[in-house]
Structures are given as structure tokens and as C-alpha cells.
Design a binder for this molecule. Structure first.
Ligand SMILES: Cc1ncc(C[n+]2csc(CCOP(=O)(O)OP(=O)(O)O)c2C)c(N)n1
Ligand SMILES: [Mg+2]
Length: 615
């Protein structure tokens, strides 16, 4: 066996550089690069190795570990999970800063390789700076926080351990069913230790998408169920995009006359102007999709996790005889709520279902009714997005302006606040991947950092980040990174002076307006944050738009610019799109001094009766 003597860090970097992916016949690096924020836990070991490899595996610097991991995660999502990035941090706070992002990747089933530094394996300097000390367990380190939010976790305490660990890591990252974050906690002394690695470990390895074919019996059963359906509805999840199956899905629906609705992760997979594309479904769904979901007798979920926002906390699908089919590459998702599983890749499973269905079509009246409902919803949506002269426009009016001036190749990016709901209902994505809303973890702070990752994956497309004032204030530092890396973003900040959507939710559950909008929070003076000046200070060009007309003009100008642009607009914290939508299970107190809470609790208890417990 030929070997080469390298430090464990050098060997890890060399292995990562050797991974390739083949996409449509073209070989590319599997890992676009490594985001790194150094500290004593990784600067000497991994830092030295990354420097030496900087031409074959670029290192990028960010300002916040959580943010840089968001960027990496967004890159993977916008790459349909086929390409990815790694992130390395120091030990302690650098590492735990990244835990929230690990959860984003875990919930959204997105690949990212996290390499936090870890305490000394040899224990000699214990406790090293930033070491968490457990009185009863010497093996505990801060990185144990990653365990519940990693699909695979390992601690590298000997240099040769990276051989099986990296092999397993890449297997998880590239497997469509297991896909999620991998954490390799890398003890800082071990990073620097030498070992004679087998040269073959660094051979170029080409990864290809694994398309898992479904079991023929599962396909037969699902087809038999569909053939009896009078009111079928497809729910298109993110798995459709990760499988490159959007063409097959809409062809399947068109051929069979089956209406299709989208989840947050699946949105943009179906063409917004197709008569059978009902748009969003669930809590933030369109009136058209939700009306069909209430009546449907067979719900065919394709690549969806059936999260509460989609199922209306399992109260949306009201037909007493309705059955669920779960087409999913991950069995965990395929059997949710006792669905009939079809475990397999979305594209392959749709093709198999199609051939098993023969000439079956949904009844004409159902398909025609769907198309009519869609047209009616479009008229409703147009009313919400139309411009007004209101001093503080609604989020919907802002989105209307961005759609009027936008182009079909635009990618809108968002994650938390009132905007994801408005976007899900109202945004018309021009092309697949044109809608990038992280709503699995709905993590405030993902927006701007995520936008950079989208731009890295789709450099030819205009990336439009829409973000509330609350999320902007929580994490904005990566505006400076976008400027530094020349990854242009157009960031539209909707300033409604606080946590608008939670304020609305608070009142919907009977609560008094309290601690959400700035004016309702304890204060000596009301903050008047100058977002324009702030964004400029980070290196962006920034303007304030004082009306919808000014917003349209500013957006046009921003599109013509080469560098990151920030547009700030004051918005109304109260108004939202009340049409469409569905109930969401948010628990209401059973005892309260407020009569509004009592009333909300009664309504809540009534609504709970409509929830279906696994039938
Ligand atoms: C990191 C994180 N903390 C808290 C929440 C809960 N939360 C969801 S939306 C929201 C307020 C968002 O405020 P803003 O960005 O201004 O949007 P708005 O609600 O005003 O539209 C909060 C606190 C969250 N989703 N993520
Ligand atoms: Mg706000």
C-alpha cells in the first residue's frame, strides 16, 4: 500500500478536494469551497491545510458562524442538493454559533459538512480556553450540541479516524434519503498530527445522483387507490426539485387532470400560469388549493414532509374517506400519518405510477372545477398585490411591486416573519428554483446570508432577498460579505417596527399587544433604526423608498447595478392577506384573566375537534 504522510487536517482537505459530482455529463467539485472563521481550535491545523489547498478548494471568510453555515446550506438548496459546502469553526462559541444552522439543514434535509474544532484529545492543557467542563462525563464537549441536529456525528480523536468518518460523511451528504448535516468535531491537536494515509484515499471520486426505484407492489397499490379517486390532489414538496422532477410532475398532472398544490420547499416546481397549478396549500395556502384539499379523496404527496403548515395541523384534509399516498425517497416521510408509502425517487416513482395508471384520468368536472378555482384565486390575489397610496403599504403590496418589475429568472429569498406566508400565497415564481424560502426551521437571520449562497449557486440570476426589520436586525453582517465576495444581492427591508407576524398571532390567540412591536415593548425611547445608513456602513448602496412607486423605481435601478443594493420601505404591521389560508394549531391558555383569551380558547377547543389523529 502506497502511503503519504500528512497531518489529519491536510488529509481531510485533500479528500474533500478530490470529491466530484457529475451533473448532466459535466464533472464539478462536490464541495464548492469551505467557509471558515478561525480561532485557536482550527487556525493552526485546518487553517494551514486550507491555505495550502486554496487553489483547489477555495476558503471563504464570513462574519458569523451561523450565517456562514446558512450561506452553505442555501448554496446546497439552490444546487438541488447536488453540490455543497463545508464550514469550519473554532471550538466553543464559534462551534455553538453554528448549531442553529445545523438545525436548519437537519429540518430541511439539506447537505452541509460542519467541521467545528474540538478540545484536545490528549487532554494535556485541560481546560483549554472555551472548553465546556462536565463534572461527571469527561467525553462531553460543546460540540455534543450538534448531535441531535446532525444526520451523522463523529469526533475525530485520532488521525486515522478520518478515513472511515469522511467516507461515511460523504455517503450521508450525497444520499437522497439520509441527506442532512454532517458534523465532524475535529480535536485541535489531532488536526496537526501526522499519519501515513493510503494514497488511494485521495483518488478522485465521482458522485452521481442515486435514483431509488420504488417497489413495484407499492406502485401497484398506489395506482389502484388513485384509479378509484374522484377528487385527487397532488402536493408537491421540495423533493420534486431535489429530484429534478418538475417537468415529470406537471406532465403527470396535466395528462391525468389532477390539480397540484405546492409546499414552501416545493414552490416554483410547477409553472405559476398552469391552470392545474393551484399554488400554495395549507396555513399559508391559496383559496383554490385549500378548497380542493378540503374535498380531496386521495392526496398524493410527492417529496413532502407533511409539516403542519401544509396539513393545517392535520385539519385541512376534511373528506372523511380521504386517503394519503406518500411518494418519498425517505421512508420516515413516506409513511407519515399512515400514508400508503411509495418509497423512491420522485421522478422515478412518478414514471412508474404513470405506467401503472393506464388511461385513468380524474373526472373532468374535478379538473375543470380546479381550473376555475385557480382563476378566481388569481383575481383575489391581484387585489392584494395591487398598488395603493397607503402611507405604509402591506407586505403584499411590496411583493406586487417586486413582481411587476421583476423578471422570470429572479430568485426571491426569505425565511421568517410575515413575509413567507405572503410569498407562499402570492408570489408567482417565474422559473424553477425562483422561490427560495427556508420554512422548515423558519430561521430569522437566514435571509441575507442565504441569499449569498443562492447567488453562488445561481450566479446568472438576480437574487432578491426580502426581509423584515426584525430578521434584518438579528443578522445583517453578511451584507459586508456579499460586498467583499462581489455576490450581488438586492435586499428589500420591510420595516414595520417590530415582529409584526407574532404580534398578529398574539392577538389571534387572545393576547394583548405585548413585546412584539417596538412600541409595545418596554422602552425609554422608541428606536428609530436608520436601515439605509446601516446598510451603507456595511458597504452596500442603499435607498429609502417612500411609496410603492418609489419602490418600483428603486428596484429597477438596483437591478441595473453591479453590487449589493438595499432598499428600505416602511410597511404596515397589521394588514396581511386574509383570503385563502387555514387554521394552524397554536395552543391557547386554558386559564387567563383576559376574556379575549377565554374566547380564543373556546374557538381553539372547537378547532381541535376537526384535527384528524392519524386516520
Ligand atoms: C431565530 C428566530 N427567533 C425567533 C423566531 C420566531 N419569530 C418568527 S417571525 C418573528 C418576527 C420577525 O420579525 P420581522 O422579521 O420584522 O418580520 P415581521 O413579522 O414583522 O413580518 C419571530 C420573532 C424565529 N422564527 N427565528
Ligand atoms: Mg417586522
Amino acid at each position: 500500500m502506497t502511503t503519504i504522510r500528512l497531518t489529519a487536517a491536510q488529509a481531510m482537505v485533500r479528500f474533500l478536494s478530490a470529491q466530484r459530482v457529475e451533473i448532466e455529463g459535466v464533472k464539478q467539485r462536490l464541495f464548492e469551497g469551505v467557509f471558515a472563521i478561525f480561532g485557536h481550535g482550527n487556525v493552526a491545523g485546518l487553517g494551514e491545510a486550507l491555505y495550502a489547498a486554496r487553489e483547489s478548494l477555495p476558503t471563504y471568510r464570513a462574519h458569523n458562524e451561523q450565517a456562514m453555515a446558512h450561506t452553505a446550506i442555501a448554496f446546497a438548496k439552490a444546487s438541488r442538493r447536488r453540490r455543497m459546502m463545508a464550514c469550519t469553526t473554532s471550538i466553543g462559541p464559534g462551534a455553538t454559533n453554528m448549531v442553529t444552522a445545523a438545525a436548519v439543514a437537519q429540518v430541511n434535509r439539506l447537505p452541509v459538512l460542519l467541521i467545528p474544532g474540538d478540545v484536545f484529545a490528549n487532554r494535556r492543557p485541560d481546560p483549554v480556553l472555551q472548553q465546556v467542563e462536565d463534572f461527571g462525563d469527561g467525553t462531553v464537549s460543546a460540540n455534543d450540541c450538534f448531535k441531535p441536529v446532525s444526520r451523522y456525528f463523529d469526533r475525530i480523536a485520532r488521525p486515522e479516524q478520518i478515513v472511515p468518518a469522511l467516507n461515511r460523511a460523504v455517503a450521508v451528504l450525497t444520499d437522497p434519503a439520509e441527506c442532512g448535516p454532517v458534523t465532524l468535531a475535529f480535536c485541535q491537536d489531532v488536526q496537526t498530527e501526522a499519519y501515513d494515509y493510503p494514497l488511494s484515499f485521495f483518488d478522485e471520486r465521482v458522485h452521481r445522483r442515486r435514483r431509488i426505484a420504488p417497489d413495484p407492489r407499492e406502485v401497484e397499490e398506489a395506482a389502484a387507490l388513485l384509479k378509484q379517486a374522484k377528487k385527487p390532489l397532488v402536493i408537491c414538496g421540495g423533493g420534486v426539485l431535489y429530484s429534478d422532477a418538475e417537468r415529470e410532475l406537471i406532465d403527470f398532472c396535466a395528462k391525468r387532470g389532477v390539480p397540484v398544490a405546492e409546499t414552501q420547499a416545493g414552490k416554483s416546481a410547477t409553472p405559476a400560469d398552469h391552470p392545474l397549478a393551484m399554488g400554495a396549500v395549507g396555513v399559508t395556502g391559496t383559496g383554490a388549493a385549500n378548497a380542493l384539499a378540503a374535498q380531496a379523496d386521495v392526496i398524493l404527496g410527492v417529496g413532502t414532509r407533511f409539516a403542519d403548515f401544509i396539513t393545517g395541523s392535520w385539519a385541512l384534509f376534511k373528506n372523511p374517506d380521504r386517503r394519503l399516498i406518500g411518494v418519498n425517497v425517505q421512508p420516515f416521510d413516506a409513511v407519515k400519518h399512515r400514508a400508503l408509502p411509495v418509497v423512491g425517487d420522485a421522478r422515478t416513482a412518478l414514471a412508474a405510477l404513470d405506467s401503472a395508471l393506464g388511461a385513468w384520468k380524474a373526472p373532468r368536472s374535478w379538473s375543470d372545477g380546479a381550473a376555475k378555482a385557480k382563476a378566481e384565486w388569481e383575481a383575489t390575489a391581484a387585489r392584494y398585490t395591487a398598488p395603493t397610496n397607503a402611507l405604509a403599504p402591506t407586505d403584499a403590496e411590496v411583493l406586487g411591486a417586486l413582481m411587476r418589475v421583476g423578471e422570470t429568472s429572479d430568485v426571491v429569498v426569505c425565511a421568517a416573519g410575515g413575509l413567507p406566508g405572503e410569498l407562499h400565497k402570492l408570489w408567482r415564481a417565474g422559473a424553477p428554483l425562483g422561490y427560495h424560502v427556508e420554512y422548515g426551521y423558519s430561521c430569522m437571520g437566514y435571509e441575507i446570508a442565504g441569499g449569498i449562497g443562492v447567488k453562488m449557486a445561481l450566479p446568472e440570476r438576480e437574487v432578491v432577498v426580502v426581509v423584515g426589520d426584525g430578521s434584518y436586525l438579528m443578522m445583517n453582517s453578511e451584507i459586508a460579505t456579499s460586498v467583499m465576495l462581489a455576490r450581488k444581492l438586492i435586499v428589500v427591508v420591510l420595516d414595520n417596527r417590530g415582529f409584526g407576524c407574532i404580534n398578529r398571532l398574539q392577538q389571534a390567540t387572545g393576547g394583548a399587544p405585548f413585546n412584539n412591536l417596538l412600541r409595545d415593548a418596554r422602552h425609554e425611547t422608541l428606536p428609530a433604526v436608520d436601515f439605509v445608513a446601516h446598510a451603507r456602513a456595511l458597504g452596500a448602496e442603499a435607498v429609502k423608498a417612500n411609496s410603492i412607486a418609489e419602490l418600483e423605481a428603486a428596484f429597477k435601478q438596483a437591478r441595473a447595478a453591479d453590487s449589493t443594493q438595499v432598499i428600505v420601505i416602511d410597511t404596515d404591521p397589521i394588514g396581511s392577506t386574509d383570503a385563502g389560508g387555514f387554521w394552524w394549531d397554536v395552543a391557547v391558555p386554558a386559564v387567563s384573566e383576559r376574556k379575549e383569551v377565554g374566547a380564543a380558547r373556546s374557538a381553539y377547543e372547537h378547532a381541535q375537534k376537526l384535527q384528524r389523529v392519524g386516520d
